[in-house]
Design a protein. Structure first.
Length: 267
């Protein structure tokens, strides 16, 4: 038998990760201590929702919560470009680093200032690596052209296409490509032939698309994932819910995390 492959999936979720992300990491690492194998983070950096990277931080003086996020180079990129494409304004990191001492320890401010990345997804991944949170974890990105070539075909996928000078993520539906403006409003684009390197799944197809590449034996899921995933599609996978953690949608800033295991005993 091949070794266990313990996987969890998640979009980049803030320049400091959400606490539920840390809980997924902790759950996966603890399972590996029991059964061995390798841990894989399937990073959904082809998603485009800019709200996913909102980073809530508590002011150390007042106790009030401030929600920070990236500044993008254009409104079109902010709304519709996938996270691996969304470019960050040149002065955003410097401006944000100046206010971070109000919210986090000096070590984390220094780590933040040391990151060198131009896109939202790359910035988040570099930050998570520098904190040690991904130590011993393999990262597989949904934007990787080789991953997309190897993945199964799916119906009504998202397609990365050019629109008004930007690369955007449009849903293929009913023979056309659509950008969702909110509510029941859409921007319709003409459909066009695309290769697999431009295809990524929606939420309904994400599990089996991912599994066709990762071939995991165990999957660590969040509470909401357990509700919407069709686990019958992957009977070969053992599912377990991530550990409970206080304030799951807050930012995990108790680091740094040497060796990627600091704080595991606190869960």
């Amino acid at each position: 038998m091949s070794e266990p492959v313990i996987c969890f999936g998640q979009q980049p979720c803030g320049f400091f990760p959400k606490r539920f992300f840390f809980a997924k990491v902790a759950t996966a690492l603890r399972l590996r201590q029991t059964i061995g194998g390798r841990v894989v983070w399937f990073c959904h950096d082809s998603d485009h929702d800019h709200r996913e990277t909102t980073t809530p931080l508590v002011d150390l003086s007042t106790g009030r919560v401030k929600r920070l996020n990236f500044d993008h180079v254009s409104r079109l990129q902010k709304s519709y470009s996938p996270l691996y494409i969304k470019r960050i304004k040149d002065d955003w990191q410097e401006r944000t680093a100046r206010v971070l001492p109000r919210f986090v320890a000096p070590e984390l401010t220094d780590l933040f200032a040391s990151v060198r990345a131009r896109t939202v997804a790359d910035f988040c991944l570099d930050m998570y690596r520098r904190t040690g949170l991904l130590e011993g974890i393999d990262v597989v990105r949904s934007s990787d052209p080789e991953v997309r070539r190897r993945a199964i075909d799916i119906e009504e996928p998202y397609v990365d296409v050019e629109y008004e000078g930007e690369l955007v993520r449009a849903r293929r539906m009913g023979g056309r490509l659509r950008l969702h403006r909110g509510g029941g409003l859409f921007i319709d684009l003409p459909d066009r032939a695309t290769d697999k390197e431009r295809i990524s799944p929606g939420r309904d197809a994400r599990l089996r698309w991912m599994q066709s590449v990762v071939c995991c034996t165990h999957y660590v899921a969040g509470a909401s994932e357990m509700q919407y995933m069709n686990r019958a599609e992957t009977p070969e996978v053992a599912f377990l819910e991530r550990d409970a953690i206080d304030d799951p949608h807050g930012s995990f800033v108790e680091g740094p995390f040497p060796q990627g295991v600091a704080g595991l005993s606190d869960l």
